[in-house]
Write a protein that binds this ligand. Structure first.
Ligand SMILES: NC(=O)c1ccc[n+]([C@@H]2O[C@H](COP(=O)([O-])OP(=O)(O)OC[C@H]3O[C@@H](n4cnc5c(N)ncnc54)[C@H](OP(=O)(O)O)[C@@H]3O)[C@@H](O)[C@H]2O)c1
Length: 304
């Protein structure tokens, strides 16, 4: 089986590259060797490698920057990467008879639902990034291409810059931190997303492909940015990382008290029943999934 991986230098892309090579012959492209907004290059790469599956981990993920980039050069905005390039990709996949595995986000929802979102809930993005990701999903659903879309939330891994690394850096620099507590959701590790992607790929390999469509993908439980920060600092203290902020110094603030360019949904919880019905293993609790990432990040800090 041959897999073409796009966006191989991102948080998820790096982990997918590590894990996918155990199940398939993989051609992995970071942005600097294959820019997915270059539609012809993508077509040439697919025709040349003839993948059975295209895994698209490439995305424009700068949520706040997306609000202003919408008005600048088309090639570097969220719409070009998350919608137009995906539309091109799905057409190529369809023509070449390849599966497309793609990732989307809880930010397609407005967050006003009081309970976890299911796959059939009506999307209503409240920022440019969410709208562009929804347009990508819509392009995939409209094409006649075999596909799986994993909608995930709050991706935090050992690679790249993310919330956990920012909290650790600030906790080393400052005596106290203020972290948002009224956005509910869970962190999801690239490692878990990759493991689930491989489960789905094994099913395709064995001619037992999961029904195509959207699957919500996140660990179990519910949390907030504030709780994640506290969990991280407790763990870092246990590992004797030198910090100026202690757990008691992490104050709760509301979304309204921390204005950002892009609005964020207050409820990012994703209901994962549909995914769990297909998976060959149980989804972990968010804390277990996150602490494995925290461990990798702290180890990297110690070796730096
Ligand atoms: N991060 C989150 O919290 C989050 C939450 C929910 C869903 N998701 C979704 O999960 C997926 C993976 O996200 P992630 O956290 O791994 O994001 P990431 O770390 O920002 O990685 C995205 C990768 O895509 C690459 N890329 C951007 N534009 C490209 C282009 N035109 N051509 C080719 N590659 C391009 C980036 O390249 P550079 O390295 O050169 O910038 C980067 O390596 C995405 O679909 C995202 O929408 C993410």
């Amino acid at each position: 089986m041959r897999i073409l991986l796009l966006g191989a230098n991102g948080q998820l892309g790096k982990e997918l590259e590590r894990q996918l090579s155990s199940v398939a012959n993989i051609a992995a492209f970071p942005r600097n060797s294959l820019d997915i907004t270059n539609h012809k290059s993508v077509r040439d790469a697919v025709r040349c490698f003839q993948p059975n599956i295209i895994v698209n981990a490439a995305a424009y993920t700068a949520v706040d920057k997306a609000e202003t980039d919408a008005s600048v050069a088309y090639e570097v905005n969220a719409e070009a990467v998350n919608a137009e390039a995906v539309s091109n990709l799905v057409q190529i996949a369809q023509k070449e008879g390849a599966w497309l595995i793609h990732y989307s986000t809880d930010y397609v929802f407005d967050g006003s639902k009081p309970t976890p979102y299911i796959e059939t809930d009506a999307p209503n993005p409240i920022n440019v990034y969410g709208a562009s990701k929804l347009a990508g999903e819509t392009a995939i659903a409209a094409a006649d291409c075999q596909h799986l879309i994993f909608r995930t939330s709050w991706v935090i891994g050992k690679d790249g810059n993310n919330f956990a690394k920012t909290i650790l850096r600030l906790a080393a620099e400052r005596n106290s931190l203020k972290v948002i507590s009224d956005q509910l959701g869970v962190p999801t590790s690239p490692s878990l997303i990759s493991k689930i992607t491989i489960d789905a790929i094994r099913a395709i390999k064995q001619d037992k492909a999961w029904p195509q469509g959207i699957y919500h993908l996140a660990p179990q439980g519910v949390s907030s940015w504030h709780e994640i920060a506290k969990t991280l600092i407790v763990y870092a203290e246990q590992q004797r990382v030198r910090l100026n902020t202690q757990v008691a110094d992490i104050q709760e603030i509301t979304t309204a008290e921390y204005p950002t360019a892009a609005k964020r949904p207050l409820n990012s919880q994703l209901d994962t029943h549909k995914l769990r019905a297909q998976l060959s293993f149980d989804l972990p609790n968010w804390k277990d999934d996150f602490l494995a990432v925290a461990s990798d990040i702290v180890k990297e800090l110690e070796s730096a």
